[in-house]
Design a protein around this ligand. Sequence first.
Ligand code: CA
Ligand code: CA
Ligand code: CA
Ligand code: CA
Length: 872
Amino acid sequence: MHSIKARILGMILLIAMMVSVVSACGTKESTSSKITPPESTETQAIVVDELSYLGTNSFEEDADLVGWIGRGEGDVVDVSKSDVVSHSGTYSLLTQGRVLDWNGPGAAFPFVGGNTYTISVWVYQDSGSSKTMVLSAEAIVNGVAGYQNVYRTECASGEWVELSGTFRAGADAEKSVIYVETLNAAGMDFYIDDITVQEQESKALLTDLPSLKDAYVDSFPIGCAVPLSTFSDPELVEFLSNQYSTFTHENELKPENVLDLEASRALAEAGDETHPALNFDQAKPLLEFAKENGYTVNGHVLVWFSQTPDAFFKVGYNADGELVSKDVMLQRMENYIAGVFAYMSENYPGVVMSWDVVNEAMGDNGQLRPSRAEDPENGILWMDTIGAEYIPMAFEYARKYAPADVKLFYNDFSVPYEPKLSGIYDLVKPIAEAGNIDGVGFQAHYQMANPAPQQVITAMQRFADLGLRIRVTELDIEAADNGEEEMIKLAKRYKALMDAFVENDEMIDAVVIWGISDATSWKADKYPLLFDEEMQPKYAFWALTDPSKLPAETKFANSFGSVTPDDVNFAKATKYSFGDDFFRVLYDDDNFYIRVEVADATVDANDEVKVFIIDEIHTLNRSDATEVDGGYIADFSLPLIEKSKTLNDFDVLVMDAGVPSAWNDANNSGDVRLLGKLGKKAMPGAVTAVYGTPDMSGDELDAVWDDVEAATVDKALSSDAFEGGKVAVNFKTMWSEDNLYVLVEVTDPHLDDSSATNYEQDSAEIFFDENNDRSGEYGDDDGQYRVNFNNIFSADHGTAEVVTRTWITEDGFIAEFAIPFASATELGDVHGFDVRYNNITSGGRRQLMNFWDMTDSGWKDTAVFGLVVLGE
Ligand SMILES: [Ca+2]
Ligand SMILES: [Ca+2]
Ligand SMILES: [Ca+2]
Ligand SMILES: [Ca+2]
């Protein structure tokens, strides 16, 4: 590093700082419900003259500061050499006097268009709590500044944290600035040190890829959210035009970028408080591009609480002024909406064909986001000024001014989750009845496990039943890392969701991916998109365009033990199906027991089953198997050989008169084959449900429960959960052909539902894996159902058809669940199952108690559930 620095210093020229004000934005799209609205967003881009070097800068010499400026209005933001902390050497670069989140240290680098650079910088803050810090890039195109994420992460107080990512420079950028900013930490001082900017061996953008828009041409347009900086890079624009046919501005049509505060202030001073001035400079490049190429744009967004300056709500548009009256705010909203539509109709007719009229009005608790007066941290000024009416009024105005063929949407995240789903449904229903809304946008910022595709479709169907259209507006999926296995998982997750969308394409208008690549995603540290940091296609891209490019799949099965290999235990073990055949595996101290059940009505001399384990092959001819109705059962007892402690190579092959069918390697009937994996798991604990149907029609608890034996919820992560024996939970289970019934009896002297978060209230939860495939991620048959002591129901997965009742008792409460079976069920069936109690202790802490799982991963992993056996 020191030798590099010496070379750098030799190259530094003294550059007079030229500061020019352009325009700007600060933060990126966020889905957190805990976002603090920005204090003021009169943002201004600052352009510095360009440094002449790449390499590493440790800020040890005064000359190391040349070219670095504090980005801000006027001279308030100051960067200086500091010896208070350093990541290396004695000094670092301190930034002080920050007023806005985007106020931070920045420098322009001599990037070459089309090349990719790796950027790393160490940051340090000691505010006393973790803060999100962001490495960003600003590109100036035709005098207008555009912004993109390079990397962002949570930074603990008092620790050096590295921000690192890649940046592709646009050939048409007049200047590219790298800078560090914050999210919701506007006034905080911070330090940076050891910034390294290096050219990477660039991979070319591939021009011979299949196209996403072609792959889905029969179902819906595929789109992409792009930042303004994209238009500094003609090669990238060409690439995106080949892939997508509809686009969304990542930031440039958000109120903070459209509202011209300075001009609005001038109007207010001249006596007009109701006509805000608008400016579309940042939005233009994408609009022009779409107009020229015949693409559509989704307008994002008219009315939102975030990335909307507080000054918009204040007298004279002054951030420190009083709030305007409801009447004035309604007029400002109407005139803003009218102004946006007038501009689009005049300049870009037929381009912006849908609008997110209102964004993220609903809280995760199914209630509207509160006013700032009610909740100073998370409240929103639309509620303080207009009140809940702001939402229907925004739609009324939008309908009034929008061209007839432009569709109006309500857009939000976490739509498929209750109670938010019902909250949004109740919100849009009267607006739909008034004819002022055309659809609901599902942002779809999803996790690898949640929500299950069917849960998303079920939620979409509710709105479709109101006559509304659906747009998937901001699809991305968080991954844990970018390793091979995780990226294959991501590919499967994208494919499963897109397959579900295609199957239901009659209600879906478009699917839009939120961002271009993992380099520029707002979740760059979660590798959530279809192209990697170097714009190369990921498995997720191939899964959607040409699945034959994916590596051959290795399946995983588990054996369960250590148990006696009897019929009862085989019924509890997970069933692995291939075609009409399936197998289950048990083990004890000596053997694996593999039971293969084959559907084969024709008895032939060469009907046989082969088991492949590590490098052994075991064959059992049908003549040595047990004949059953329509087929036969082949039982293998093989020595418990384990090359690996946890996973052994494994496959099962069934031959029916010479025709092969296999679990893992379906393409190969030979003895050399691609093997799956067999793992070992402890057989989960089980309860037996009693056959019967409790009457849930009245207010009374059916006495039929009295005769059912109770089991105990006695596992906990901390013994504090039981509060020294004051808290105890038992449960009973019954089943009928229609439902699984669970009665949870809670002794708890402190019942608490003060939190807005459902699982932070005293509540009983049932985990249910109907097909007991213990698939890890939640499948369509899996559910997590919760009810608090006041019978407030919520479901993180599964069906909303679950019925619950609760009764408060002298020392706690009773909760009763009826969970419908989706498939036919019969005596002896086994389902994945767990019972949890979320105990909010008298100290206000959440403590977990479970019947079976002790890991607290059941919310994302169905493999940790216990079992319920359907008994007599
Ligand atoms: Ca240093
Ligand atoms: Ca046969
Ligand atoms: Ca399942
Ligand atoms: Ca409690």
